[in-house]
Design a protein around this ligand. Structure first.
Ligand code: BDR
Ligand code: CA
Length: 278
């Protein structure tokens, strides 16, 4: 049986690839997208989720509108969240399924369901506070002694530190931090080989990184987290004792957390290339 999968997301350029990877992988059954503010405002992340599903031919997948908050990464992901290219995806006139994320989790989670959270952790924390138990939760966020929004804090955790703290303390997640995802770069050669509609979304993101580093592609943060849901064991994890501080930095604390530390990136890159090619 395919593993039921829900992605909590703020698309987002690397979110777009993560959603496509799930939609095109038979090992998982994408049963919902829950949206959250983050890279851009909630209206845009929700609209982008609907458009991406239309592009992927997956208008059967319900989209649940989640938490609002201050948007923060238009400089990386573009004003529309998809590198100024959201208009190249089909416009969707589909209605959102609901705006009750906690209710959706309550209704849809089974013991087999995996939830991968690739935006600010606001929806997941609300659900945990409401007593929802996630059978398996994979979270892209944080960094051990590394940040990308401040020198210490990663974007998803920085955007809602209290929510990230709740997830670390109560969610029993596998955390996929920057230390790993910074080693997982979709470079120009990779982007030239996969779905051109998706690659076309990466211009703003790759220009942003090119201006600041020798990176000639984009970090594939969110797709790396989703890969662990598709093929468990893709990422090697190690237990750490952690917490999240008020800045959103992952720090040493009292809570036992599995942290993804390594992967065979050349093999994972090949796997992703196969799945994302059209
Ligand atoms: C995370 O922040 C967002 O900008 C990306 O989509 C990813 O989820 C990386 O720090
Ligand atoms: Ca994201």
């Amino acid at each position: 049986m395919a593993t039921p999968l829900i992605i909590d997301t703020d698309p987002g350029v690397d979110d777009a690839f993560a959603i496509a990877l799930a939609a095109r992988s038979p090992e998982v059954d994408l049963i919902g997208l829950t949206t959250v503010f983050g890279n851009v405002a909630l209206d845009l992340t929700t609209r982008n989720a609907l458009r991406l599903l239309a592009h992927l031919g997956r208008t059967d997948v319900p989209v649940v509108r989640g938490a609002e908050g201050p948007a923060g990464a238009a400089d990386v992901h573009g004003e529309d969240g998809l590198g100024g290219q959201a208009h190249t995806l089909p416009e969707s006139d589909r209605e959102i399924f609901s705006d009750d994320v906690v209710g959706f989790f309550r209704e849809r989670l089974t013991p087999e369901t995996v939830v991968v959270a690739i935006g600010p952790q606001t929806n997941i924390a609300k659900a945990l506070d409401a007593g929802v138990e996630f059978p398996k939760l994979i979270v892209m966020g944080g960094g051990l002694d590394v940040g990308n929004t401040t020198t210490r804090a990663e974007f998803n955790f920085w955007a809602d530190p209290a929510a990230a703290r709740t997830v670390i303390r109560k969610g029993n997640p596998i955390v996929v931090p920057l230390n790993l995802t910074h080693r997982c770069i979709a470079d120009a050669e990779f982007l030239a080989r996969v779905d051109p509609v998706l690659s076309n979304l990466t211009g703003t993101y790759s220009a942003y990184l090119r201006d600041r580093s020798d990176n000639r592609g984009i970090y594939f943060h969110d797709a790396v987290a989703v890969a662990e849901a598709i093929v468990p064991g893709t990422l090697t994890t190690k237990s750490h004792v952690l917490d999240v501080d008020d800045e959103g930095a992952l720090v040493r604390g009292k809570h036992q957390v599995e942290v993804a530390e390594d992967t065979d990136w050349p093999a994972l890159r090949t796997f992703m290339e196969q799945r994302l090619s059209v």
